[in-house]
Design a protein. Structure first.
Length: 187
């Protein structure tokens, strides 16, 4: 499996209802896309309550069964339309170590994501085992609807991503980016 995310930073005065409308009108178009496990349509709004570095964002997150589905999407008309509306994004990808994706993910209303640097010469086998257990615990113990962990060996970072039905409590946040989920497409 491979995880993928791109994002668009939008101006502070951007009318985010444009993003909401786009998700409402086009979100269903990815339902049943070949090799897609899920696509979470994510956005974040800059508000007075957010940290000073918060931004208006549109930043979908994908989990693919294989690179074939990802490549079909990135070279297809849906991505072309997206780039014509928002610009040409940098696309981040991670090799997925583990994904807990129960059937209820369509109930997600919030998502969290954190990128963590992997220290040089880390014992990757031990880190992988620990991160797999952490992802499982997010779903089975902490109430996440889904959780995945993946790594990217060019910059030696790992990503922890979770979907939630309720806004996660502050003790679970660990400097994570919090998103609103407008729609979740599944295979």
């Amino acid at each position: 499996m491979i995880a993928m995310q791109y994002g668009f930073i939008l101006p502070a005065d951007y009318d985010m209802s444009i993003v909401d409308r786009r998700i409402a009108e086009k979100g269903h178009l990815m339902d049943g896309f070949p090799d897609l496990v899920f696509k979470a349509y994510l956005s974040a709004r800059k508000t007075a309550r957010q940290p000073p570095d918060s931004e208006n964002l549109y930043a979908p997150f994908y989990l693919w069964k294989s690179t074939a589905g990802m490549n079909d999407f990135l070279s297809g008309p849906g991505f072309v339309g997206l780039t014509q509306s928002f610009g040409w994004p940098s696309v981040k990808t991670w090799s997925v170590w583990h994904a807990e994706v129960p059937p209820r993910i369509a109930d997600a209303r919030f998502a969290t994501r954190v990128s963590v640097p992997i220290r040089p010469y880390a014992a990757l086998d031990a880190l992988r085992a620990s991160e797999i257990e952490r992802a499982k615990a997010c779903v089975h113990d902490d109430g996440a609807l889904a959780a995945l962990v993946g790594f990217e060996p060019t910059t030696w970072t790992l990503v922890r991503f979770q979907l939630w039905a309720e806004h996660p409590s502050s003790d679970r946040l660990e400097d994570r980016r919090i998103y609103s989920v407008g729609h979740v497409s599944t295979a």
